[in-house]
Design a protein around this ligand. Structure first.
Ligand code: MN3
Length: 259
C-alpha cells in the first residue's frame, strides 16, 4: 500500500464508518495477561501499531473494514466475510500479541527456553495478520476491471506482457497453491518488476510484508568452516560486524516508502 493509499484508507476507516465485529483495544488487552495495556490514545483504529506514550510498541488490533460484510456480495458472501474477519483474522491478532508479550517476558527474565515456539507463533500469526490487513484493503464493492493507474499498467505490461496474461498467471498460480496459502502479486525492487508468487501457508518466511532490515544467514555454509556446530557463536560474532548505519538507512528508506 502506498503512503497515499494508506492515508486514504485511514481516512476512510477513521471516518466514522460503522464498526463491524472489530476487536476493541480492551478486549484484545483482556486476552493478554502478560501484555502491557497500551494507552488507548496510542493506538490507531486500523490496528497499525504506533508508539504509545511510554515508547513501547502498542498491541495490534483488528482493522476495521471500509465496507460492510455484505458489500462484496455476490462475489464473496456476507457470512464468509464476517467469520473470516471477526473470527479468523481476530485470532491472528490475538496470537501475534500473545507471542510478543511472551517474548517480552522472556527478555525480562532472560529465559529464552521457548523462543523457538514464540518466534514461530510470530511468523504464523504475524504473517496472517499483515496479509489479511492488505487483503481487506485491496477489495472494494466498486472493484474489478483493470487497473487505471498508468504506472501500474505499465509495470504489469512490462512484467507479464499485458493484463490478460497477468490475470491468467495470477489465477493459475493462486489456484495451484498446495494446501493452504496465498497467491501474491508482489513488487521486487532490485529490477523494479512485479512478480506473481505462491505462499504455502504463510509463516515459513515469517511475516512477509515486514521489510528485512538486518538479515543474518544461518545456513551452515555461512558459518560452518569457522564455527562448525556453534551457530550461536557465529551469530554473536555477526553482531560484532553489523553496520548499524546501513541498517538505519534501510529503516528510514522503508518508512519513507511504506510508512
Ligand atoms: Mn484468511
Amino acid at each position: 500500500m502506498t503512503s497515499m493509499n494508506r492515508r486514504e484508507y485511514l481516512t476512510t476507516t477513521l471516518g466514522g464508518f460503522a464498526l463491524m465485529g472489530a476487536g476493541s483495544i480492551a478486549s484484545a488487552s483482556s486476552l493478554l495477561p502478560l501484555a502491557e495495556t497500551a494507552s488507548s490514545d496510542g493506538i490507531r483504529q486500523d490496528g497499525i501499531r504506533q508508539d504509545n506514550s511510554s515508547g513501547n510498541p502498542a498491541t495490534y488490533t483488528l482493522p476495521h473494514l471500509a465496507y460492510s460484510y455484505d458489500a462484496l456480495e455476490p462475489h464473496i458472501d456476507a457470512q464468509t466475510m464476517e467469520l473470516h474477519h471477526s473470527i479468523h483474522h481476530q485470532s491472528y491478532v490475538n496470537g501475534l500479541n500473545l507471542a510478543l508479550a511472551r517474548l517480552e517476558q522472556a527478555r525480562e527474565t532472560g529465559d529464552f527456553a521457548l523462543v523457538k515456539h514464540w518466534s514461530k507463533e510470530i511468523g504464523f500469526h504475524g504473517a496472517g495478520h499483515f496479509l489479511h490487513e492488505i487483503f481487506w484493503s485491496v477489495m472494494s464493492p466498486d472493484g474489478g476491471g483493470k487497473p487505471k493507474d498508468a504506472d501500474l499498467k505499465k509495470a504489469i505490461d512490462r512484467s507479464f506482457g499485458g493484463f490478460d496474461a497477468f490475470e491468467a498467471h495470477y489465477v493459475a498460480a493462486s489456484s495451484a497453491v498446495e494446501a493452504s496459502g496465498w497467491g501474491i502479486l508482489a513488487w521486487e525492487p532490485t529490477l523494479n518488476r512485479l512478480m506473481v508468487l505462491q505462499a504455502e501457508k504463510h509463516q515459513n518466511l515469517s511475516p512477509m510484508v515486514t521489510v528485512p532490515l538486518l538479515p543474518v544467514d544461518v545456513w551452515e555454509h555461512a558459518y560452518y568452516l569457522r564455527y562448525q556446530n556453534r551457530r550461536a557463536d557465529y551469530v554473536r560474532a555477526f553482531m560484532k560486524v553489523v553496520d548499524w548505519e546501513a541498517v538505519a538507512e534501510r529503516y528510514h528508506q522503508a518508512r519513507q516508502v511504506l510508512g
